[in-house]
Design a protein. Structure first.
Length: 211
């Protein structure tokens, strides 16, 4: 192209400018690639991926302490998602009396409820262990509840199963609601001991009345 322009009497500068115009026209004819549209990705308003602690107090006394390794909160929701759920429960003297463990959980920022789900395991102050698919603690009635099937191993080693569970917030007093089945350890000897203790109590009471 440059030789063609020089051959027809154009100066080197003119040939250069002519060649530049041709290249510009050729490039200008190529299709311009459109920019890809911007894609909005929703992200949580609050995100912690390290050890995080949350405390709950009842009249100034520590009641619950929640520990987790992952916490996220979304701007349009007044609740946080945590994974896992590690809750320590404290008595009126501030001593840890029970605990609750689960794969995941949800709670609101005011700590008015805790919903734990996935391989839930709890240990009561008296030594009974509770396993369930989910457990819900609600500050309004101060009870721990679930409608799922539960398995409870009592402090004596008895195994109780059933549907539905209810307990006070300290996990001190609990009950299975329906479809209860169980395996009782050394049941015969325990019945004999209970009968013996009852008989001794009646005998002692009668002796007092005779006097």
């Amino acid at each position: 192209m440059a030789r063609f322009l020089l051959k027809h009497g154009l100066s080197p500068l003119g040939a250069f400018l002519g060649l530049s115009c041709v290249l510009f026209l050729l490039c200008g004819c190529t299709e311009i690639e459109e920019e890809k549209p911007w894609i909005h990705v929703d992200r949580p308003q609050m995100l912690f991926t390290d050890t995080t602690l949350m405390d709950s107090y009842d009249k100034g006394v520590l009641s619950w302490k929640l520990k987790t390794a992952y916490l996220e909160r979304w701007a349009d929701k007044d609740e946080v998602f945590v994974r896992p759920v590690l809750v320590d429960i404290y008595d009126s003297l501030g001593e840890r009396s029970a605990f609750l463990r689960a794969d995941s959980g949800r709670l609101d920022m005011k700590f008015t409820y805790v919903y734990a789900y996935g391989h839930v395991y709890a240990l009561t102050p008296k030594g009974a262990s509770v396993r369930a698919d989910s457990l819900l603690w609600n500050k309004r009635d101060n009870l721990v509840k679930t409608d799922s099937y539960v398995r409870v191993v009592s402090e004596e080693g008895d195994v109780l199963q059933g549907k539905g569970f209810e307990s006070d917030a300290k996990m001190d007093n609990w009950k299975i609601l329906s479809n209860i089945t169980g395996i009782f350890q050394d049941a015969a000897n325990r019945i004999k001991e209970e009968d013996k203790a009852k008989a001794e109590e009646i005998e002692k009471r009668d002796s007092v009345e005779k006097k």
